[in-house]
Design a protein around this ligand. Structure first.
Ligand SMILES: [Zn+2]
Ligand SMILES: [Zn+2]
Length: 265
């Protein structure tokens, strides 16, 4: 939109209605993310892939062809943005890296850079410690819907998603240590509560959302007969999809061969 001055004449006859939609935010591939980090001066050639792997391992990003931020990542960013914006902005990291580069090339004193960085981090930690309770409450409420799957049949408390020490997710009863009920969870795909309950065992039905957005609903209880049945159907579907993919690949390869043959003739 052009800016207008008071009393300016506007040509209303030539106004065109355009059907432009706001473009959705970009989804990045790993290479795209690395390029973006390069542009923002974040990390080095060797640390950038390591940083991305760390984000994935900690459950902040998912997907490969199109990397998306998980709900927890969005929650962490928005809560930190509110309380201590400097942590979430690339400027700070880029500045520290730049300083280190200057130390490495002998253009700055190591002690000077260490003191400066220490001072900066001290200020940040001070803010985070002061506001830790608010930050924790906000994070908890932002991720509550993600984490709760439904009720425990044994004690009636909530079953929630937890991350084990070796970074595997599983469902556990929030009544722990009184109730030690746990269930294994698929490690891939976003999990959602459906609010439904299994008619066979009474445990919650969860939805596993795949990368393309479609999902399957299964009983949380891996020992339930219904779940075993659902699992078979799901696995058969996966197999079918895989076979269809292979078939397509073969067809393409065949076509390619024909084309090269024609060219040779
Ligand atoms: Zn329980
Ligand atoms: Zn069941």
């Amino acid at each position: 939109m052009p800016e207008l001055q008071a009393k300016e004449l506007v040509d209303v006859l030539n106004i065109k209605k355009e059907n432009k939609e706001t473009t959705p935010p970009n989804h990045y591939t790993e290479a795209g993310l690395i390029k973006l980090m390069e542009e923002q001066n974040l990390g080095t050639k060797s640390t950038r892939p390591v940083i991305i792997k760390k984000l994935r391992d900690r459950g902040y990003i998912q997907g490969t062809k199109s990397i998306t931020a998980t709900n927890i990542a969005i929650a962490v960013c928005s809560v930190l943005n509110k309380h201590c914006e400097v942590v979430t902005k690339p400027k700070l990291t880029a500045m520290i890296e730049e300083d280190m580069e200057l130390v490495a090339t002998g253009k700055k004193e190591k002690n000077e850079v260490v003191d400066k960085t220490r001072g900066l981090l001290k200020d940040i930690v001070k803010i985070l410690v002061k506001e830790r309770n608010d930050i924790a409450t906000e994070l908890r409420s932002a991720t509550r819907n993600d984490m709760t799957l439904g009720n425990c049949v044994k004690c009636g408390k909530q079953l929630v998603i937890r991350i084990s020490k070796n970074n595997k997710r599983f469902a556990a009863c929030s009544g722990y240590p009184n109730c030690k009920n746990t269930f294994p969870l698929p490690q891939k795909g976003k999990l959602e509560a459906t609010g439904k309950v299994c008619e066979v065992c009474g445990y919650p039905i969860i939805k596993i959302v795949t990368r393309k957005g479609s999902g399957v609903e299964v009983c949380l209880n891996h020992k339930c007969s219904k779940r075993i049945e659902q699992q078979k159907v799901y696995e058969a579907e996966l197999m079918e999809r895989q076979e269809a993919k292979e078939k397509k690949k073969m067809q393409f390869a065949k076509k390619d061969k024909e084309v090269t043959k024609k060219k040779q003739n």
